[in-house]
Design a protein around this ligand. Sequence first.
Ligand code: ADP
Ligand code: MG
Length: 201
Amino acid sequence: MGVNPHMEAIRRERTLVFVKPDGVQRGLVGEIIARFERCGLKIVGMKMVWPTKEFLDRHYPKDETFLVTLGSKTREAFETYGMSLKASMGTEDLLEIGRRVRGWLLDYVSSAPVVAFVLEGTQATSVVRKIVGHTLPVFAQPGTIRGDFAIDSPTVANLEQRAIRNLVHASGNVEEAEKEISLWFSPEELFSYPRAGEEGF
Ligand code: ADP
Ligand code: MG
């Protein structure tokens, strides 16, 4: 039977993850990487970097859709806890809140080194997102990285004028993954090799 090229592409999907400053500073790098390794994902590139704000400005999207998504996560948490968005943030404009959150996000992720890696495997992007859990640790399920190791919410973070500390970044979809991998890694920094159990090992 011939190899189906479509299936090969799904099997070899690659996605970008980095352990954020809070994960590195709390000594959780090993724990976090182990969770991806044990489900069968293959590490095909890895490095420690101290990202600058300029670099992160290229990493995090600037479009309205992304900014409104950030703002709506603030609204989601505030509504859940019966807090007034207007009273706490001074505005209900999700785009404006999103802009503010993005600024805090650049401060947070540039505050210490991160450990970045590229993972490869069947539908890697979805699998990684499942293991990482909900953006807001208070809503992340137990068993996920954010659910097990973090406890933060925009209700406190935004009042303290900071981003949510949630330990890891993971590409949101395949398109984002492709862009992020080429921003963070050069082709020479990525490797193809068989994992134990794979054909040719
Ligand atoms: P994810 O990291 O789950 O893909 P997003 O891409 O929406 O989430 O947001 C990027 C990062 O911005 C989040 O991981 C989190 O650190 C931070 N963040 C998102 N929404 C908020 C918010 N409402 N308040 C503070 N920080 C936020
Ligand atoms: Mg995202």
